[in-house]
Design a protein. Structure first.
Lengths: 119, 103, 130, 103, 130, 119
């Protein structure tokens, strides 16, 4: 089955991105396909490559980036939400791309299921 | 009618998401508790009566990793709520027609 | 050519519902959800917008944000009609609990019972909560 | 005892911050409604009874700019809640000994 | 030399209270508040930490975060004693509503009535809510 | 009177930073002194100079920066909260400085009133 994921919160402050990550890993392990992960609202902060958590904490930015590289997952950061929050190409982690909100709607159309993670 | 997987990630003693979830869910729907929503599964908590009286109406599930993280692994959860892992979460999404997150 | 622009083959029209349960201004969720709804209108899907709980406050008439310096986006709801987004549902119970009626709202909406809203939810393929 | 200015910025129909504020405030304290907390000042809303029965216990204030932003300028607010602007907010902070924000 | 390190002149000792009302892990507020409390211990002020509402869940024993990949910071509460932060108050009503008792908590605390917590709040100079 | 302000949310997502800004402006207009504004939790995002809101929306990052320049206000961004969220010197707006949590405690000690804005 094809899943699309919407993430509405940044790393750390809310568990949303953590839950979405573990869900995505489990979905892939079960043989499902991830059509797209779309980052909206504060979710755009998940793509900030300057993020540097303590060494004994998880690093969601690099976890998403590595997962995308391993499984060719499309990680899309909403341009409108990113611009106002100051997430620009110059601080974007590898594996993420910035694009329009239409990509979220397309993700909903193309996937069999869309799951929203937020606060 | 599409079968809905309702996902609640809010503590019942902080937000009112459960009120609306219970109001909007229909008989064949499932309700999955994740993140701070897992506190609604504690058998001895005041909110348990709200869940207990709906156990016959909906299928309830709770995410085990979130239960363990919050130290609820050593206390009684409500009978009739099934504990699932992330794979079970994925299965629930696939088995139902659509998901609704009560943020 | 993008998938949704295909003119041949079976047209897949999905039922999308955007569920609004937050008050405006206290958080940005109302504003950013409206931006998604406007974009979604271009995709020729079946789009519904639902307002319940504090979400009904988004549609309150006479919002005046000059004192808080934030953008008053409430007038943008009037553009929904121009974008052919016509299925706008407001739960009656949520209005009642807040002492509001349809006359207090900035646009015409369909005020529905809890039962009707529940049925509408059951007809969707994609539900995006804000 | 220090006089406390309690600040509530949560909608009473979304979060339970008001419950705790009312439980923890003492007779000489003041309660200021800001941001989404201003919805608690609406006279016709269901939550009004909770405020009305405490009008004799605490001094209630509501931030006018937040009222206007939310389109509540044209409907009745609860009698006995004083509307203040940001300068009035500052004065309340100065007049009380300490502030507590019920986030 | 920083102001709080002055050894001469009148010592100003203020009463600080950190108020915890959020569950752990769902949001970072519990974790980041604990970081402030530990730092504040170095300033030789009168420090209290209060737990009420869902904040009491922060102290629940046997937290195991391996399944969610987040850092288990609950053991750090045990360090409060080493930092001479000894005024730790938990509201009884909040414990009761959640079916918990002091035995369920990871550190010894003072369980207080709502009235006692109200009085403690009234003795503070600075209240930091998390 | 001397005020200290604690801001726990970023710009846009919650109104906290807006409310704190208008409170600060009003306090200065009433003749009070602002000892310090401390940015903690997601509040650290208020210092991201890459933030670029729509032209008809307010820009809190530059509003804080300008207010600080005009009134010599000390804007302190918590280093621990900023590191994990990827707010570094290289994207820091003028007028903000990154420092330790002790600055928050000191702000509480030195000011007559401390006011918390958050979610």
């Amino acid at each position: 089955m094809k899943f699309s994921i919407l993430i509405k919160q940044g790393p750390f402050t809310h568990q949303a991105s953590d839950s979405a990550y573990h869900f995505t890993v489990a979905a892939l392990a079960s043989g499902h396909e991830i059509f797209r992960v779309f980052f909206y609202n504060d979710g755009v902060y998940n793509s900030n490559r300057l993020s540097e958590p303590q060494t004994d904490d998880r690093n969601l930015v690099s976890l998403w980036s590595k997962l995308a590289a391993e499984h060719e997952i499309d990680l899309v950061v909403c341009i409108a939400a990113a611009q106002r929050r100051g997430v620009k190409e110059e601080i974007l982690e590898q594996g993420f791309r910035i694009s329009g909100l239409g990509q979220l709607v397309e993700a909903g159309i193309e996937a069999d299921r869309t799951i929203v993670f937020g606060d | 009618m599409n079968r809905i997987l309702h996902i609640v990630n809010k503590s019942p003693t902080d937000r009112r998401a459960f009120d609306t979830c219970f109001r909007m869910a229909k008989a064949e729907d499932s309700i999955l508790l994740i993140e701070d929503g897992v506190y609604a599964a504690v058998a001895n908590a005041g909110f348990a009566s709200e869940v207990n009286k709906r156990l016959d109406d909906f299928s309830f599930y709770v995410l085990g990793p979130d239960v363990a993280a919050r130290g609820l692994g050593d206390i009684s959860l409500i009978d009739g709520i099934e504990v699932v892992d992330y794979k079970g979460f994925v299965d629930l999404v696939a088995e139902n027609d659509v998901t609704q997150s009560w943020l | 050519m993008e998938p949704w622009e295909e003119e041949e083959g079976p047209e897949v029209v999905k039922h999308f519902m955007y569920v609004n349960r937050r008050a405006p201004y206290g958080t940005i969720f109302a504003h950013e959800c409206l931006e998604v709804v406007l974009i979604s209108a271009a995709f020729e899907q079946d789009v519904s917008v639902a307002f319940m709980d504090d979400g009904v406050y988004q549609l309150k008439k006479n919002q005046d944000t000059t004192g808080i310096g934030m953008k008053n986006f409430s007038k943008t709801y009037r553009a929904l009609d121009d974008y052919d987004v016509e299925k706008i549902y407001v739960e009656k119970e949520s209005l009642d609990a807040r002492g509001l009626t349809a006359d207090d709202l900035i646009i015409p909406v369909e005020v529905v019972s809890t039962q009707a809203m529940r049925d509408l939810l059951g007809q969707q393929d994609v539900v995006i909560s804000s």
